[in-house]
Design a protein around this ligand. Structure first.
Ligand SMILES: C[S@@+](CC[C@H](N)C(=O)[O-])C[C@H]1O[C@@H](n2cnc3c(N)ncnc32)[C@H](O)[C@@H]1O
Length: 341
C-alpha cells in the first residue's frame, strides 16, 4: 500500500514518492509551480539549465545538488525535478553508493546522518539544542533576534545589504544559508531573485517549521527556488565544490565545532565561491587571548556559546585554505567574508 501523509504545503493528503499523483488539487499546484520554474537549478558543478520536458517531470531520476551526508555521493531523486518546496516534498532521494534513503519530513528534507533512525538519540551541545525548542523558534523573529542590535548587529536589512555586496561574484549561483534559523535571510535571498537557488538549512526541526510558516505567507517566496533542508553544519549534504555561496548569519558561536563547520563549508564551495558569516566576538583583553587563564575566563563568561576573537576567525578561515579574508566589526558584531581558492 502506498504510504500516505498529510501535505503541509497544501493541507491535503497525498501519496509520497509514488506516481502518478492521484491528488488533482496537489497536481494543479505542482503544475503551477513547475510552469513558473521550468529550469533546473544551476549549481556550478552540476549545471543543467535546459528546460525540463514533461517526460522528465513525470519520471525524473537525476543527479542532485544534494549529496549523501554519509558518503558525500550525489543523491538520485525519484520525483519531480526542481529546487522548490512542492517538488522536493514529492520526491524521494537515495544515495547511489550506500543506498541510504532520504525524504521530506513535514516540510523539510531531512539530510542528517541520523535521518530515518528509530532507536538512536544524540544530544548536541546546549547551544545547538536551545534552538531546537518550539518556543525559541517561535520567539526568534519576534524579539529574540532584535536584541542582537544591542551588541552592534546592524539589523537584518543592513546585514542583508552588506552580505549581497560580498556575494557579488556568486550572483546567479546556488546559495546555501547555513544555520538559517527561521529563515530571516534565506527569505530575503530567495526574494531578491539574485541566485538560481537558495537552500535554507538548519539543524533545528522547529526553526525549519517556523521558516516554512513565514514562507507560506508570501507567494513570491513560496514560488521561488527555495528548499528547506535539515542538516548538521559539520556534515553538509553537498558534494565537494558544488556551491557558489555560503551564508551563516549569527551562527558560528552556536556551532558545536566551528573548525569542522568551516572545513565543511570550504569543502562544498566551488573555487572562487564566497563564504560570509556574522557572529558575536569574544571579549579581548590586550594580547593575552591565547593564555590559559583567559581561555578559562572566556569559557565561564560565554553562557555556553563558542565566541571567538577576530584573529581566531581569520586564523580558522586561513587554516581551512580560504583566501581574501576581510571583516567589518561594530562592538561585538563581526561580518567576515572569505573566498575558496
Ligand atoms: C542564532 S540562530 C541564527 C539564525 C539566523 N541565521 C540569523 O542570522 O538570525 C543560530 C542557528 O544555528 C543553528 N545551529 C546550531 N547548531 C547547528 C548545527 N550543528 N548545524 C546546523 N545549524 C546549527 C540553530 O539551530 C539556530 O537556528
Amino acid at each position: 500500500m502506498a504510504s500516505v501523509s498529510l501535505c503541509p504545503l497544501h493541507h491535503t493528503i497525498l501519496p509520497k514518492h509514488s506516481f502518478p499523483c492521484f491528488n488533482p488539487q496537489f497536481q494543479a499546484c505542482l503544475s503551477a509551480f513547475s510552469s513558473r520554474s521550468p529550469f533546473r537549478i544551476r549549481a556550478s558543478s552540476a549545471v543543467a539549465t535546459e528546460p525540463v520536458t514533461s517526460t522528465q517531470q513525470n519520471n525524473a531520476f537525476e543527479f542532485e545538488v544534494f549529496a549523501c551526508p554519509v558518503c558525500y555521493e550525489p543523491l538520485i531523486r525519484k520525483g519531480p525535478p526542481g529546487l522548490n518546496l512542492p517538488a522536493i516534498y514529492r520526491s524521494g532521494f537515495q544515495c547511489q553508493r550506500c543506498n541510504k534513503k532520504y525524504s521530506s519530513r513535514d516540510i523539510y528534507l531531512d539530510l542528517t546522518v541520523i535521518a530515518g533512525t528509530k532507536e538512536y538519540t544524540e544530544f548536541k551541545p546546549a547551544r545547538t539544542e536551545l534552538f531546537r525548542s518550539p518556543l525559541v523558534s517561535f520567539l526568534y523573529e519576534r524579539g529574540w533576534r532584535q536584541n542582537f542590535n544591542r551588541s552592534g548587529f546592524p539589523g537584518p536589512d543592513e546585514e542583508f545589504k552588506m552580505a549581497l555586496e560580498y556575494f557579488k561574484p556568486a550572483e546567479g549561483g546556488l546559495l546555501v544559508d547555513v544555520s538559517c534559523g527561521s529563515g530571516l535571510f534565506s527569505r530575503k535571498f530567495a526574494e531578491s531573485g539574485t541566485y538560481s537557488g537558495v537552500i535554507a538549512l538548519d539543524f533545528s526541526e522547529n526553526m525549519l517549521r517556523q521558516c516554512y510558516d513565514f514562507i507560506k505567507k508570501d507567494d513570491n517566496i513560496l514560488n521561488s527556488n527555495i528548499a528547506l533542508v535539515r542538516a548538521d553544519v559539520s556534515r553538509l549534504p553537498f558534494s565537494s565544490g558544488t556551491v557558489d555561496a555560503v551564508h551563516a548569519g549569527a551562527a558560528l558561536h552556536c556551532w558545536p565545532s566551528p573548525s569542522n563547520a568551516v572545513a565543511e563549508i570550504t569543502r562544498i564551495l566551488r573555487s572562487g565561491g564566497i563564504f560570509v558569516g556574522t557572529t558575536f566576538l569574544a571579549p579581548r583583553f590586550g594580547d593575552s587571548f591565547r593564555s590559559e587563564i583567559y581561555r578559562n575566563l572566556r569559557q565561564l563568561a560565554s553562557n555556553g556559546y563558542g565566541y571567538l576573537t577576530e584573529k581566531e576567525i581569520e586564523d580558522l578561515c586561513i587554516s581551512c585554505g580560504l583566501i581574501n579574508y576581510t571583516s567589518k566589526v561594530q562592538q561585538s558584531f563581526i561580518m567576515f567574508s572569505a573566498q575558496k581558492a
